[in-house]
Design a protein. Structure first.
Length: 125
C-alpha cells in the first residue's frame, strides 16, 4: 500500500511541475507579446514623426498609400460630421473629454471611454 501512495505522490509532483512549467511558458509568451506590441507602437510613433518631418513623398509607395489613406479618412470624417452634427452639440460628454488617445505607460492606442489599457493594464486618464 505504501508503494501505491509513493507512486501517487511522485506522479502528482511531476504533474504539478508540468503545470508550473506551462504557466511559466504562458507568462513568458504573454510578456514577449506585450513587449512586441510596445515595440511596434514605438516604431509607429517614430515613423509618424519621420513622415511629419520629412514628408510622406520621401517614402515612395508607402508614403503615397499613407497620403491616400489620410485623404480617404478626411472625406469619411467630413461625411460623418454632416450626418450627425446634432449629436456632436447635444452629447452629454464634452468633446475634449471624449477622445481617443495613447497609453502613457506603453503607448498603445485606445478608444474614447476606455478605462484601462488593453496591453499593459494601466489606468487611463
Amino acid at each position: 500500500m505504501g508503494t501505491f501512495f509513493d507512486n501517487l505522490k511522485i506522479t502528482a509532483k511531476s504533474g504539478a511541475d508540468e503545470v508550473k512549467k506551462t504557466i511559466k511558458i504562458t507568462q513568458l509568451e504573454s510578456d514577449i507579446s506585450q513587449l512586441e506590441k510596445q515595440e511596434a507602437n514605438i516604431y509607429a510613433q517614430i515613423g509618424k514623426m519621420a513622415v511629419e518631418n520629412d514628408g510622406a513623398e520621401k517614402y515612395g509607395d508607402l508614403g503615397t498609400k499613407l497620403l491616400d489613406l489620410q485623404v480617404n479618412r478626411a472625406a469619411k470624417t467630413a461625411e460623418l460630421a454632416e450626418l450627425k452634427p446634432e449629436e456632436q452639440n447635444s452629447g452629454s460628454v464634452a468633446p475634449s473629454e471624449d477622445k481617443d488617445g495613447f497609453c502613457q505607460i506603453c503607448g498603445t492606442k485606445y478608444t474614447a471611454g476606455t478605462k484601462f489599457c488593453s496591453s499593459c493594464g494601466a489606468k487611463l486618464s
